[in-house]
Design a protein. Structure first.
Length: 345
């Protein structure tokens, strides 16, 4: 089966062509057009993102088909992100997918963006398949999920306020770094002194146990405030910036890695899969690998596959298409709905 994937949930316009059966898949093309205009404003402006998608969506789809050496008549299904995300941005991709489906008769599949991130890493690491413990870390979401099988998801914990990626961007902004701040902060932290700024590891206590509300949950708003106070109290921010960045990153990655380790111990899985924009942070990957031990395999995506991309949407779409979970032409765009098959422990 050959799938055309379309992704427009935020500020990347992306299309991809993927073919295969089950977990045996081949990525035939992937086009990602990032909207650098948002750097001027220090964050994504929804209206601008929507307008940029409008001008880019059809050329991006055409390029993905061209790169794969196929035409629309070679496509068996069209998978499109319909939730969650910026509604205006989502509507562009959904409208394009509906139009193509209506005019060609190719069936339509609505894909949940976060389910796409769960599949993304397997496109580069064939062993990153269930059962596994998943850590989704992006600008809008931070979730710890038990994945016994594709389509079966048990939410163990999530952030109660800021997502990890949002915390990275806000801490970077406080340090005067460009948007998006995560990669800049990571680079700055490499030269920082880890002993100078020891921030509290948020929502992490020794007396926590399974069943406690905060055993798996996360919180980063207090960490962000601690960075703000460190910046305000600094007598030489140029000299302190790298060490503040290092202190922030250490606190965040150590917290995430401990939560992952708790989930691994409870479920006895031997695989950990990271997904989302923060998943390619090397310090996070290393921290998780050390914390879970050598008996557990840790899989993380490359920066290209960690960002919002249509390859992961096509992959999740293939899974849904093989189960004939077709969408109707009244498929809505939504800013927030649960991942299909998700339950809360």
């Amino acid at each position: 089966m050959r799938i055309l994937g379309i992704e427009t949930s935020c500020d990347e316009t992306s299309a991809a062509v993927l073919s295969g059966v089950g977990n045996d898949v081949a990525l035939e093309s992937l086009v990602i057009l990032s909207q650098d205009v948002h750097r001027i404003f220090g964050g994504v402006v929804p209206e601008i993102a929507s307008r940029q998608h409008l001008t880019s969506i059809l050329p991006v789809i055409d390029q993905a088909l061209h790169d794969a050496g196929v035409v629309l008549t070679n496509i068996d299904a069209i998978a499109v992100t319909h939730a969650p995300g910026l509604v205006g941005a989502l509507l562009v991709g959904v409208a394009a997918a509906k139009g193509l489906s209506l005019t060609t008769g190719i069936p339509l599949i609505g894909v949940h963006h976060l389910e796409g991130h769960l599949f993304a890493t397997s496109l580069e690491h064939p062993d990153a398949v269930p059962p596994f413990t998943a850590l989704l870390v992006s600008g809008g979401h931070t979730m710890l999920i038990d994945v016994p099988a594709w389509g079966r998801y048990e939410l163990l914990g999530a952030t109660r306020d800021d997502a990890a990626g949002e915390a990275f961007d806000k801490a970077a902004k406080l340090l005067g770094l460009p948007y998006p701040g995560g990669p800049h902060l990571e680079r700055l932290a490499r030269s920082g002194d880890p002993s100078r700024f020891k921030f509290t590891r948020p929502m992490l206590r020794r007396d926590q146990k399974i069943g406690d509300g905060d055993f798996y949950d996360l919180s980063f708003s207090g960490l962000k405030t601690a960075v703000m106070l460190a910046v305000r109290n600094s007598k030489n921010i140029v000299e302190d910036a790298s060490s503040i960045a290092r202190g922030f990153q250490d606190a965040l990655t150590e917290t995430l890695s401990e939560k992952v380790a708790r989930a691994v111990r409870a479920s006895r899985t031997r695989r950990v899969v990271l997904g989302g924009g923060v998943a390619c942070n090397r310090a996070l990957v290393d921290a998780v690998s050390v914390r879970v031990g050598t008996a557990v395999s840790v899989f993380a995506p490359s920066p290209r596959m960690a960002t919002d991309n249509a390859a992961m949407i096509a992959r999740a779409g293939l899974f849904r298409a093989e189960r004939a979970e077709w969408a109707r032409l009244d498929l809505p765009a939504s800013s927030g709905v649960p991942i299909p098959g998700m339950i809360r422990r």
